[in-house]
Design a protein around this ligand. Structure first.
Ligand code: 5AD
Ligand code: SF4
Length: 478
């Protein structure tokens, strides 16, 4: 692909102008309706999508929409979709069916779709065929054009005309559009977009395009601004953060980027995801070991414990190499917590392969693992391989899930009895009078407290492991 173009000014100003134009059209529509118009953005999928949604909401808010959670009530609904597994697509089709019937009663309701699903030609064909009521469809590469597209949607008076703008790829990164953060005290920060790995099961490289890194100075400036605005924790986001910097003119590694971010005064915690085991460098482990801010936590997707399956997945490491990396991490950072992703039922996987995955789970001792049943994605190499028997996959899945649960419960016990700092994130929905927060190592802790603690650090005595979280008692206050 051509060089990356960083368009901080021209495109940004064009889009900011569109935000002003939306304000004008919206004011007219609101006069007609005699009330404010609302918008709802519903996110499916990963942290990348969650961050994109904050940008989409930021734009809608700035343009004058009242932001609502409720997609059934809102005048404008945007689904930010995921397509990594087929059940994500099915959920969206299900929701769209419901919106379609609501729109029959209320034809002025506006509906839009963006995100990974819309990058698939077969999906767009299906939407054009069976979901004619959608007003706007756009993709992952031109998300920065959102103000322009919303404006075009608002002034389009042909109800049969669907606006569709999906790009195959891009070499453009547009900085500085408005953002509305979900949490005031923590934020995701994109450091790169796309993926070049082409794991044989994965659709991401086809829908998110080639790897593009943001410039270090843009990342640092964004974090400095966030910190000035009250953020104490950042999550650096990329499909494979360990290959950060490869397309930049400046010779810079992910580890070096971390060193620079560490220097930002006022920033307390640095997290990142996702790391690919094949690219995890000794330099990164050194930086983590010496750092006061980088969390002793690593999400390191293994996918399978069988070297034979890893080869078929095109993961470029073996079971042994993965364990070697894990041991290096544990040696350098003894308290580190480790989490992973596992796929069960990849084409050709046998009972023995699944047993190898279970044994690796025990050997590593994960604090948590996200276990998925393999989902066939059209266009990926694995889709044309011989698929596994469903019943056997379910059995293997249950066996691995049980191993994950038992292992995590045991592992998390090592923190029982310690006094550690918790950054409080929310009031607990399930236990009244309790709040939920995270340790630096990302483990969840529940303890007695109220909403006034959200965004603050509390010293907590960790009483008991409850499976994937800990129950504690606050020791630095009431
Ligand atoms: N089927 C099941 N799980 C998948 N993942 C990616 N592609 C697929 C697929 N086709 C999982 C991987 C990845 C996580 C984000 O989603 O485990 O790490
Ligand atoms: Fe998909 Fe592999 Fe890229 Fe992760 S590293 S997004 S699993 S292709």
């Amino acid at each position: 692909m051509d060089e990356i173009t960083y368009s901080s000014n021209e495109e940004l100003h064009k889009q900011l102008d569109y935000i002003e134009k939306i304000k004008e059209v919206l004011a007219e529509k609101e006069k007609e309706a005699g009330r404010k118009l609302s918008a709802s953005v519903i996110t499916f999928g990963c942290q990348m999508n969650a961050r994109d949604s904050e940008k989409l909401i930021g734009i809608l808010h700035k343009a004058g929409f009242e932001i609502k959670d409720d997609d059934e009530q809102a005048d404008f609904v945007l689904y930010n979709t995921c397509t990594v597994r087929d059940n994500a697509n099915q959920k969206v089709y299900g929701r769209l069916g419901l919106l379609g019937s609501l729109k029959k009663k209320n034809p002025s309701k506006m509906i839009a779709l963006c995100g990974c699903m819309t990058q698939e030609a077969t999906v767009v064909d299906k939407l054009k065929e069976s979901y004619r009521f959608i007003n706007l469809i756009f993709g992952t590469h031109n998300i920065f054009k959102f103000p322009e597209l919303v404006y075009l949607m608002l002034v389009n008076d042909d109800p049969k005309h669907m606006i569709i703008d999906v790009w195959k790829d891009t070499n453009l990164i547009v900085e500085d559009l408005p953002v509305d953060r979900k949490y005031s005290f923590k934020s995701g920060v994109n450091i790169m977009f796309g993926c070049n790995n082409f794991c044989s099961y994965c659709i991401v490289p086809y829908v998110r395009g080639r790897e593009r890194s943001r410039k270090p100075e843009d990342i640092i400036a964004e974090i400095e601004k966030l910190v000035a605005d009250g953020v104490v924790e950042v999550m650096l986001l990329g499909q494979n953060v360990n290959s950060y910097g490869k397309n930049l003119d400046e010779d810079i590694t992910f580890a070096e980027l971390l060193r620079r971010i560490e220097k930002i005064e006022g920033l307390k915690r640095i997290r990142f995801m996702t790391s690919h085991p094949k690219d995890l460098s000794d330099e990164l482990i050194e930086v983590m070991k010496d750092s006061k801010k980088i969390n002793p936590y690593m999400h390191l997707p293994v996918q399978s414990g069988s070297s034979r399956i890893l080869k078929a997945m095109n993961r470029n490491y073996t079971r042994e190499r993965y364990l070697e990396v894990v041991n290096k991490l544990k040696e350098a950072i003894p308290d580190i917590t480790l989490t992973t992703d596992i796929i069960v039922g990849f084409p050709g996987e046998t009972k023995e392969d699944a047993m190898e995955t279970a044994s690796l789970v025990k050997e590593v001792g994960y604090d948590n693992a996200f276990t998925f049943i393999y989902s066939k994605r059209t266009g990926t190499p694995a889709a044309s391989m011989v698929q596994c028997d469903e019943k056997e996959v379910k059995e293997n899945f249950n066996m691995i899930l049980e191993t994950v649960q038992e292992t995590a419960k045991e592992r998390i016990k090592r923190f029982e009895g310690r006094d550690m700092e918790v950054l409080v994130e929310d009031v607990n929905d399930h236990e009244e009078g309790f709040v939920t927060g995270r340790l630096a190592n990302n483990l969840l802790v529940h303890f007695k407290g109220d909403a006034s603690l959200i965004g603050t650090f509390c010293k907590v005595h960790l009483d008991q492991s409850k499976g994937f979280y800990l129950l504690g008692t606050r020791i630095d206050g009431n």
